[in-house]
Design a protein around this ligand. Structure first.
Ligand code: UGB
Length: 627
């Protein structure tokens, strides 16, 4: 079909290129010149977008797809010839130890030079939540959204950098959005004044979908006569966008030496990340893969040393759907199993560290790789075949890529290591709906639900307090609609109070004088707060405005507190999505709320057997009313 005469020169080149690539079918049904011109123009615009948003354009896309589809059709295993083992080079860090403190202090020295990147183009389809996942509460006691907590940590680190260097810092955040999430995330930020961040600190990277492919020849599929079918390409797009938008080099020019990549529903990433920066800086790591203890069959990748028969060697994350076949093919007869008692590795977990997709990059090394690769990441394809000869698909397929596969493009001169933290500081994303969560729970596989994510936040903060020497009751096992959780005191220490263990320690000079009972809830928000002695048996909320201060010399709070109540069948049936994915509601029986407004400086001393007088304080917060 001759191309329409009015085609722009670039369009003409693209059409010719596509015809040469065996994609003439895209234009085969086009009517003669003068008919459907708007529709043709729209399709050409779509093709230009697809061409511009893939390293090397559509030609490179089709050629990679043909190679991978060929391998897949022949049934060749892309992991063939690789032998996995537990990587020897890595650090197990235990918060509360001198090694941890040293790493965190080293990380704090780098505070002014850290940038943050979070891919958030995915919808919570598996979760049963139709909004953007950033809008979910990280924990319902504080009510703060996940994005609010993420930004809270970044701003707290930024303030610390300012304090240390004497120069105001503005740490950058890049959010990768997709057509599915862009409007929701932007609205969330705008409605909340960017949670205190300057709008100019936030970069939106828009991820485009890639062309869907209808057969093993990588023929691009049409969704309609003038519309190419498209599908998501995966979180690996983030590197191409960091490169093609100039963001990585702009940040480097502004003094950013480290970039932390992470995912969209696990605020625990930030509990230890400064120590990881410290490890990277001390060991001069180009990439630090942050890991957690991994339960066998858990849907997270394995960090493994991979040695190929042909001499190639790398440390990388093996994706969860490839672990079982790889292990069985390489001499681990039992496949993906937890280690037994008496093993050389920690019993009850997979021997391989779990990849939590928190990756810390050294920026100059990253720029070197981006310059060489254009941000292209190793891809894979996963067609569902409709016939035994593996030539037709049940539905169009596409290439996919993952953020963590960046390590596969790192040259040998650059060091890749890993840092693993104990489970309480690890990975509790909010990914699965409550029914899926209950069935995983029954198999002793981490359910990754909203309830486990929320309890993990409280348990992490309790662990921090215990590590410092406070007397905090341990969590007890409970279940909400079949999902097993550990429920202890519900403690939420927001990042402006203390973004890391070292800075928390400074706010609690006599931690052995802090005691929190099992049924207690504690929310602390505000920068200038010092707690010397506190006995809590109930619910306490503390909000101290910027520029205000609170010193609790001694206080005892006893009240009816808050209670978590499992939703009944009838309540669950009518619950809003946010509650339904948790399976419980919180009844706030009684709360002590301390709100210190701007300009106030308050000391509470409730010794001599009487409770602290609250008459001089505003005791209600606008967001958190007593019930
Ligand atoms: N995301 C995008 O921004 N764009 C996309 O096209 C897709 C996702 P999922 P997945 O940590 O639990 C990853 O869907 O793919 C964002 C790791 O590969 O939650 O199942 C999305 O918004 C795996 O090794 O994760 O698996 C979210 O922020 C394991 O570590 C992020 O990418 C697993 O996560 C992850 O998307 C895990």
């Amino acid at each position: 079909t001759p191309p329409p005469a009015e085609l722009h020169a670039d369009d003409l080149r693209l059409v010719q290129q596509l015809v040469e690539l065996g994609q003439a079918h895209l234009f085969a049904a086009w009517p003669p010149e003068g008919e459907c011109d708007e529709e043709k123009a729209a399709m050409l615009a779509q093709l230009r977008t697809l061409d511009a948003n893939y390293p090397g354009g559509l030609a490179a896309y089709v050629s990679s797809a043909r190679r991978l589809l060929g391998l897949s059709q022949r049934g060749e295993n892309p992991m063939e010839g690789w032998q996995p083992s537990v990587p020897e080079e890595g650090v197990d860090l235990q918060p509360g130890t001198p090694a941890y403190e040293q790493a965190e202090r080293r990380g704090l020295e780098e505070a002014a030079a850290i940038g943050f990147v979070v891919p958030a183009g995915g919808l919570g389809e598996r979760l049963g939540f139709s909004g953007v996942k950033f809008a979910l509460p990280a924990d319902t006691c504080s009510g703060c959204t996940v994005l609010e907590v993420y930004i809270g940590y970044i701003l707290a680190i930024q303030r610390e950098a300012h304090r240390r260097t004497g120069t105001p810092a503005e740490l950058p955040l890049a959010i990768m959005v997709s057509a599915d999430t862009e409007a929701g995330i932007l609205a969330l930020l705008q409605q909340n004044n960017f949670y205190g961040m300057k709008e100019s600190q936030v970069t939106f990277l828009k991820q485009e979908k890639v062309a869907a492919l209808s057969d093993t020849d990588a023929r691009i599929a049409l969704a309609a006569p003038f519309k190419v079918a498209t599908k998501p390409h995966g979180h690996g797009d983030v590197h191409f966008l960091m490169h093609s938008s100039g963001t990585a080099s702009r940040w480097a020019a502004n003094g950013i030496r480290w970039i932390m990549f992470f995912q969209d529903t696990n605020t625990l990433y930030f509990s230890t990340f400064l120590a990881s920066v410290g490890v990277s800086a001390a060991q001069q790591l180009a990439v630090n893969i942050i890991a957690c203890p991994r339960k066998a069959k858990e849907a997270i990748g394995c960090v493994a040393q991979l040695d190929h028969e042909d001499g190639r060697r790398m440390v990388a994350s093996v994706e969860y759907n490839q672990i079982e076949p790889l292990l069985v093919a390489s001499g681990f007869a039992d496949g993906d199993v937890n280690e037994p008692e008496g093993s050389a590795y920690p019993a009850g977990f997979s021997r391989f560290p779990g990849n939590i997709n928190e990756l810390l990059f050294h920026v100059p090394s990253y720029l070197e790789v981006l310059a060489a690769t254009g941000g292209k990441i190793d891809e894979f394809i996963n067609p569902k075949y409709a016939d035994a000869s593996r030539s037709t698909f049940k539905s169009p397929t596409r290439l996919e890529c993952m953020m963590q596969d960046y390590v596969k493009t790192v040259p040998h001169g650059q060091k890749v290591g890993w840092t693993r933290y104990p489970q309480e500081f690890g990975y509790f994303p909010c990914k699965n709906d409550i029914v899926t969560g209950a069935s995983l729970s029954a198999k002793d596989v981490p359910p990754q639900t909203a309830s486990t994510a929320e309890m993990a936040v409280y348990n992490m903060h309790c662990t921090c307090l215990r590590k410092l020497g406070a007397d905090v009751a341990p969590p007890l096992p409970r279940s909400f609609r079949g999902v097993g959780v550990s429920v202890g005191p519900m403690v939420s220490l927001l990042p402006d109070f203390a973004p890391c263990l070292t800075l928390l320690s400074a706010k609690l000079p006599s931690p052995s004088k802090i005691a929190i009972s099992q049924r207690s809830s504690l929310v602390v928000r505000g920068e200038n707060i010092e707690i010397l002695s506190l006995k809590l048996d109930g619910a306490l909320e503390i909000f101290v405005a910027p520029g205000a201060s609170l010193r609790i010399e001694s206080m005892e709070v006893v009240n009816k507190g808050w209670e978590l109540v499992e939703l009944s069948d009838s309540e669950q049936a009518v619950a809003d999505e946010e509650s339904a994915i948790r399976g419980f509601r919180t009844i706030k029986h009684e709360t002590r709320t301390i709100l210190v407004s701007e300009g106030q400086s308050i000391t509470i001393n409730g010794t001599h057997g009487k409770k602290a007088s609250m008459t001089d304080l505003t005791v209600r917060s606008p967001r958190h009313m007593d019930v």
